[in-house]
Design a protein around this ligand. Sequence first.
Ligand code: TXA
Ligand code: MG
Length: 336
Amino acid sequence: MAVILNGTDSPYWDEAVQGLRHGKLVVFPTETVYGLGANALLPEAVGRIFLAKGRPADNPLIVHGAALDILIPLVSGFPECAAKLAERFWPGPLTIILKASPAVDKTVTGGLSTVALRIPSHPAALKILGDSGIPVAAPSANLSGKPSPTCLAHVVEDLEEKVDYIIDGGRCRIGLESTVVDLSGTVPVVLRPGGISREELEAVCGPVGMGGHRPDRFPKAPGMKYRHYAPDADLIVIESQEDTAGILAREAAKWMAKGKKVGALVYDETDCAADIVKKLGSKARPETAARRLFAYLREMDSRGVDIILVEGIPPEGIGLAIMNRLQKAAGKGRTR
Ligand code: TXA
Ligand code: MG
């Protein structure tokens, strides 16, 4: 049973810091989603992350640090492009992949020769990382395959029995995982879209490729091959088009006529008759939908919905990240 810390003033803070240093599992909030952390320098502790989540061993972890000097020893070189991106976007929702140094154990990288790095910006994340003074391997703090957790209740639901400490940091500001950019090849490639767009990256370091769109040509984040972010209910995404509202209404009516309990996630501008309707916010502010999405998917499951219909959004900016997670949750692009 985990000890729950209500923020950085908790009387258990020092115990959690020492625990993390010495191999305990500590869940901490970040600005994207909650992370399930272990000392990246202790392979046995890192191994416990995979057990707790039920995560396949070939899916590598992101290593988090409070500052560059913690992360630099983990890479065999820090190219100019990495330095520029770090300067512009860290602390923040960007993960950078570089060639790993011998200091990184293969439990962290899933056997790859590269390692993923991030300095998150949530104050509680920076404090636990800073106070422990170590690199911390941390995937999202959900059971493998489930939507990532964006508040304490989600973490408790999935992992309370399996971790040692959980730090409550409130609701995550962004709500979707970080943008992952691979800098280990000749051209930077986005492997997972997130809050920082390709255009923002290109403004700092020149042309950037998109991994997800050309699976035949570009490498992928190993984790992207698994079904992900998935609620128990079947999820159907209605891609943004002229008559989205009409299509949603007909789909909802069809499934309800078959006796299914239907949940709909739609934008404020759209009306939809379903058993449960949740509003994702205005289409003009997709960041709101990003922040709410994973919580709503979990809520639909807890309310026993059979089919979740989700209104799509144009795949631009954070909209691309939203559509990417929805397609994964619907099981598209799955190779196993
Ligand atoms: O926002 C986030 O990134 C959150 C917070 C906790 O930082 N973390 C997160 O971790 O989403 P995770 O493990 O759920 O997703 C990491 C993704 C996976 O798809 C994984 O395959 C990919 O990054 N990845 C990690 N290391 C990699 C590497 N060396 N090469 C390619 N992909 C890698
Ligand atoms: Mg994850």
